[in-house]
Design a protein around this ligand. Sequence first.
Ligand code: ADP
Ligand code: MG
Length: 243
Amino acid sequence: MSEPAIRLDGVSKYFGDFQVLREVSMRVGTGERVVICGPSGSGKSTVVRCINRLETHEAGVIEVFGREVGNRTTPEALGREIGMVFQQFNLFPHLSVLDNLTLGPMKALGLSRRDAEERAMAYLTRVRIPEQAGKRPGQLSGGQQQRVAIARSLAMEPKVLLFDEPTSALDPEMIAEVLDVMIDLAEDGRTMIVVTHEMGFARKVADQMIFMDAGEIVETGPPAEFFAAPKSKRCQTFLSQIL
Ligand code: ADP
Ligand code: MG
């Protein structure tokens, strides 16, 4: 495998007495696309939130490009390496689309407004909505807002993109426009970790599938095997419910 971008080794996490992650281990190679699926409450969001330090972990090791991220590492410190796209977009509602994209590069990367705007327009073009630059997020459809959120992550030019159920909050007719953009990014050879139940997308782009249940990784494998012959009963049941 190529050099790991992300490595988790025996990561455990508790919310009070409740163990939400149970010795989770995974390797994500540079340029690799990993899709994580599993029932609601299985710990998928918590895994990605631990990777980019929106959550802390109690045991095990998390490394980003060979450097351990500890519980004092802030999401901001990882901002140049890891971008995140959330289910609920998390755009700044009072800022224009353009300003949503220029804020991070100006503040965190020190770009001039002019350079940040040029970069923002390039990524809005990439997600196919440059004409929306002057609007507020609330004036856009859900699919457009999520594409803005993707462009905002891209504008920081992170090495890894994390997506947490990016299409789950969207009306069905808007899912494809977001998945198309993500497929496009995957074809660029970007390193991506995607939590999703969109199994058509997974089949198309994933190098590695991960199935989680009750805080642990139950099954992993390349999509061809994973979908054709899931080994565990839990994974079989899950796939039969969503496919
Ligand atoms: P998934 O993304 O797979 O649906 P999550 O990672 O969001 O699962 O949550 C896993 C479990 O941890 C769930 O049982 C959830 O209720 C619990 N949980 C998540 N966040 C918190 C929190 N901040 N405090 C307490 N329990 C939490
Ligand atoms: Mg979740």
